[in-house]
Design a protein around this ligand. Sequence first.
Ligand SMILES: [Fe+2]
Ligand SMILES: [Fe+2]
Length: 343
Amino acid sequence: MTGASPARAEAHHHPAGTAPDRWDVIRAIEPVVGDNLDLLVPIERAWQPTDYLPDLEADGWRDEVERFRRSAEAISDDLLVVLVGDMVTEEALPSYSVALNGLVRDTEGTSPAPWARWLRGWVAEENRHGDLLNAYLRLTGRVDMRAVERSIHHLIANGFNSGSQADPYNLIVYTSFQERATRISHANVGKRAGREGDPQLARICGMIASDEARHETFYTRMMGEVLERDPAGGILAFRSMLRGLIAMPGRHMHDGRDPDLFDHFAVVAQRIGVYTARDYASIIEHLVRAWNIAGRSVSGAAARAQDELCQQADRYMRLAERTSAALARQPPVAFSWLRDRKA
Ligand SMILES: [Fe+2]
Ligand SMILES: [Fe+2]
């Protein structure tokens, strides 16, 4: 080999058969992160929870609150339980921001680096989701807010483990998955709220879902960038995250009483079609396509992982057919959140 061709320079960094260092790749895509910071909405144009709540400073605040509560009476207990579970999950944002700093590695807290600016902007946008849902639920007067708050307290104290094992690719795969999952879930709650007769909750969930959609776009794009630079590593990471079921961020929620609280919440979400096993399979299918997994040229272990990934969605879809029926048969259970009304 002679001369310093680009191919040779490349080979110098990644000799044939050697995987590039994953942290080098994360640093290499930092300029692309910078180019995608416009997926955050400028604060001057961003919505705030107040925009969707009764104005308590207005002269007619009593009437506004009255109207708000009357509209919320239309919501079924099933939908209310799912909304509480979604809200508790959103309220554990402190845990997710800690987890994602494992990717971003901002040791100062105010780093001007693109990854760090993304993380702060993302947390700031996400922070409104729990705030708004919390305020909505409180104003309905239909939920035992102390039981809900205790569940949030437990969830944050119990912690959150994405299963990423401190690997940066795994974290991006995980977050791409979860942003899409939350978008689907909030969007479905919103649609159902509209059908049940509460347009204000439909609007709220629609706004939150549109945030999740922008966030999903960001993480999915960044994983696409990783795959361009390190297809084998990216495919192996995606495969390793799908070895088990993708961990749900709220799965350690607890109300001090029901040891299966998360599962009970998840069963209701499945039953009313807000977030189902089929949605889970459809997210895998989407990501395999979005990341062009089938079209990547890889060999060895990565090629085997590629084959597995391409069959994964079908396998989950078949699994979903079986589990959906079983889940639908689960009897309603009493929720502390609803003062023991069943859902
Ligand atoms: Fe969110
Ligand atoms: Fe999100």
